[in-house]
Ligand binder design. Structure first.
Ligand code: MN
Length: 267
């Protein structure tokens, strides 16, 4: 996959003294779980002492689940009074933005890896997209997806730092300085990052790769618990030396869902 834009967009969050941060894993079109985790975060925050709060969404808001349009609309207009929201670019947002920019050759992959559900949430029939010529398919999508949604997604950052933590969607390339990381790696990397246990100089908080529960290692914390299939959306709170996790209740089918997730193609 090509990666567009050589300049990494980075946000420096306040922290850590007197500041608190929450990070939310991959939502993938589950508006129901998003509402539940926002509620849990707000209640968790209310129990703690007053602080400046950052609320970081780790990307992949869209695709797979049934309500991508609903999730984007909810977060685009989300202005909580207790926290400052910040959004990171996932590979799924990247692919959608590339398609509506005219890169129609990635359309079949997008539809196969959860884009069909996303298209449907915007009132577009994925079968019609597949059977249309590229120009017509592009027109269909551009007509259906509100410009404000695309503008919102296009404004997502690639990294955010909070004290000794670095938030990214997928991970970082080990041995490469944070400033030199490519957008491609930050949004797509798996094995080379996940299997690396060296000290990165910061603890990397990421989503993108599904694990059966929080994947907590000395040099990274993975928060993608496969919400779309398991019903478990995970968030992490950070303040000072403290670290804690919040999760949606999930379904009783969670164990079998996790087993199925393990067979899902890596997109
Ligand atoms: Mn991802």
């Amino acid at each position: 996959m090509k990666s567009r834009g050589s300049v990494m967009r980075s946000a420096k969050l306040l922290g850590p003294q007197g500041h608190r941060a929450y990070a939310v894993g991959d939502i993938h079109g589950r508006l129901d779980l998003l509402e539940e985790i926002l509620d849990r975060i707000e209640r968790d925050n209310a129990r703690r002492k007053a602080a400046t709060v950052s609320l970081v969404f780790l990307g992949d808001l869209i695709d797979r689940g049934p309500q991508s349009a609903g999730v984007v609309d909810r977060l685009r207009t989300y202005r909580p009074d207790f926290a400052e929201p910040l959004f990171l670019m996932g590979n799924h947002e990247e692919v959608l933005l590339r398609i509506v920019a005219g890169e129609m050759e990635v359309l079949p992959d997008w539809l196969r890896f959860g884009g069909a559900e996303c298209a449907r949430s915007y009132g577009v029939d994925p079968n019609e997209l597949e059977s249309s010529d590229p120009a017509s398919a592009l027109r269909l999508l551009r007509r259906a997806i509100p410009k404000e949604h695309l503008k919102f997604l296009a404004g997502f950052a690639d990294t955010a730092s909070f004290g000794g933590y670095l938030f990214v969607h997928a991970g970082i390339r080990p041995g490469v300085s944070i400033e030199q990381q490519s957008a491609q790696d930050l949004r797509w990397i798996r094995g080379a990052f996940l299997d690396d246990d060296t000290d990165h100089g910061c603890v990397v908080v990421h989503g993108h790769t599904i694990s059966a529960d929080v994947d907590e290692r000395p040099n990274r914390v993975g928060l993608d618990t496969g919400a779309c299939w398991t019903g478990v959306l995970t968030a992490m709170g950070l303040e000072g030396s403290e670290r804690w996790f919040l999760q949606t209740a999930g379904s009783s089918q969670q164990a079998s869902a996790i087993a199925r997730v393990a067979n899902v193609p890596a997109a």
